[in-house]
Write a protein that binds this ligand. Structure first.
Ligand SMILES: [Zn+2]
Length: 193
């Protein structure tokens, strides 16, 4: 049963969608405490990642389980993808078709944005709201920190094997930096030496 009126649900959803949401703040505080520094909501990157760690060439998205359809599967009915509810994402019974279409679009957009970021040489980490529940929070933050350090090492090993023309051995170019980034002072350890 959908107990909220359409207006209430709309207000509720608008609140969930906003920036500076609680899950996002948890990730920001947790990573800051672990010594990571970042920029927020980078407007010029696809999907406006919630956190951008240039030194790690990594974008972090903090996703609400409902909006981004966490754990949902797509079943095909009459050659259409129908999103089924999951433990994380309960699709409202009222206006079901609307929500299915909306969440499906969100999922497709997430995938496309991450594909574009990968093409530009960025790593992407998705953190789900349900992974930030008090019981799981520290473990999740530790695992993000572990992944970031792993990425840093990987990038720097590639640097050592670079062919001298500024290309990494994998052929993946460095992330494209916009003008604003170029003007930012660079940390020495951010570069291949
Ligand atoms: Zn979830």
């Amino acid at each position: 049963m959908d107990k909220l009126s359409p207006q209430q649900r709309h207000a509720n959803m608008a609140a969930i969608r906003g920036k500076n949401t609680k899950p996002e703040l948890i990730v920001r505080k947790g990573l800051w405490k672990r010594g990571f520094r970042y920029r927020l909501n980078h407007k010029r990157l696809p999907g406006h990642p919630d956190l951008v760690l240039r030194k790690y060439r990594t974008c972090i998205f903090v996703n609400g389980c409902f909006w981004h359809g966490h754990h949902t599967q797509c079943t095909i009915h009459n050659s259409q993808c129908i999103i089924e509810s999951s433990e994380c994402c309960k699709i409202p019974k009222t206006n079901r078709e609307f929500w299915v279409a909306k969440i499906r679009r969100n999922k497709e957009r997430d995938k496309e944005e991450q594909r574009r970021l990968a093409e530009m040489g960025w790593h992407c980490i998705t953190v789900w709201e349900c992974e930030l529940k008090p019981s799981k929070r520290e473990e999740t933050l530790d695992s993000i920190a572990f992944t970031l350090n792993h990425i840093w090492l990987q990038n720097h090993t590639r640097c050592l094997m670079a062919d001298g023309r500024g290309k990494m051995d994998s052929g993946i170019p460095y992330p494209q930096l916009d003008e604003e980034d170029m003007q930012m002072p660079m940390a020495a350890e951010d570069e291949c030496l």
